[in-house]
Design a protein around this ligand. Structure first.
Ligand SMILES: *[C@@H]1O[C@H](CO)[C@@H](O)[C@H](O)[C@H]1NC(C)=O
Length: 321
């Protein structure tokens, strides 16, 4: 390399000095900005978290009574065809130990003409909505049931069931089993389907995506997480939609087009509780959620340990009314 004349070397050195000074200044400025931004996001997060607590419709009452209730939440298409079995079940119970909530089509009334069990009289939610299988109206209805049941502070365990579930044990056994457990019973697992979409990011990260049965039993703090959820639910409404037709014989038509298919009720509670395990860690009612409080199965599906059994009826949700 030819050596540069010394005057030229001086100029080059001077330019280097300017460049270094400018870069250092830019670096400091960038660091300053990053710091300020992360501070402000930190404040917004805590602010919005506490806002969502403040906004919650459910007062965070601590139950101090000695008679915790088991809340039975029935998600029905119309009537409850197995009401005669449930009638026997509830007759063996202490009436102070349980409560019943039913979500059925709007306007449906449970009375002498529509059910064989007086336990269901007037237990239909006043604010029920039209539910279509595979759409977010299903999880919206679940949230309505939980919200109603949370209004009674003595409800301490929440069992979500369909109109085709039956109990496999007597009331006393199921009551002791669920009330003595400090955990929720939620079937939750990783699945290799393609129902997750990057559009759900960053509210839902791929590694938090879960699948499981819709029929669950929850402890109160988990029921509160679901009712107070105002971040994951809107993402499900927007990006988790059924693409398959309600008539399974027409599936091939849709599979050809490869539309994104997602069934909200098979993922919502499981994914939300997985997401909330971190994001709710610093909130007052979180202490019980920060531990892995969720059992896998125990419940439904042909499973000897199950407390209830539900008939497979999913495809019957075809809007028949
Ligand atoms: C009702 O609840 C009380 C208090 O938790 C319990 O001791 C009792 O065994 C329950 N009765 C039935 C039939 O479940």
């Amino acid at each position: 390399m030819p050596r540069l004349p010394s005057s030229r070397r001086g100029v080059v050195w001077f330019r280097w000095k300017i460049l270094i000074t400018i870069s250092t200044a830019l670096c400091i400025l960038a660091l300053f900005c990053i710091n300020r931004q992360s501070n402000s996001t930190a404040t917004t997060t805590t602010l919005s978290s506490s806002l969502s607590v403040a906004r919650s419709r459910i007062p965070l009452v601590k139950y101090s009574g000695d008679r915790p209730k088991l809340a039975f939440l029935f998600l029905a298409r119309r009537d409850l065809p197995l009401d005669f079995l449930w009638d026997r079940f509830f007759k063996s119970a202490d009436q102070r130990n349980f409560s019943i909530y039913v979500h059925s089509i709007p306007g449906f009334v449970f009375d002498e003409s529509s059910t064989r069990s007086h336990f269901f009289y007037n237990r239909q939610l006043k604010n029920s909505i039209e539910v279509v299988w595979g759409e977010s109206s299903m999880i919206a209805a679940e949230r309505l049931l939980l919200a109603s049941a949370l209004e009674d502070p003595s409800n301490q365990r929440f069992v979500l069931l369909s109109d085709s579930c039956v109990p496999l044990y007597d009331f006393g056994y199921i009551y002791r089993y669920l009330v003595s457990s400090p955990k929720s019973f939620v079937d939750s697992f990783l699945d290799k389907d393609n129902r997750y979409t990057m559009k759900m990011f960053p509210v839902i990260r791929k590694e938090k995506w879960r699948k499981g049965s819709q029929w669950i039993s929850l402890i109160r703090s988990h029921a509160e997480v679901i009712v107070n959820d105002d971040t994951v639910f809107p993402v499900f409404q927007k990006f988790c939609k059924r693409s398959l037709p309600l008539d399974p014989r027409k599936n091939w038509l849709y599979l050809k087009k490869r539309r994104h298919n997602c069934i909200p009720d098979e993922h919502y509670v499981q994914t939300l509780l997985t997401v909330s395990t971190n994001s709710y860690q610093n909130l007052p009612f979180s202490s019980s959620i920060s531990n892995p409080l969720i059992f896998r199965i125990h419940f439904l599906h042909p499973n000897l340990d199950g407390l209830f059994r539900c008939v497979a009826w999913k495809m019957k949700w075809n809007g028949e009314q």
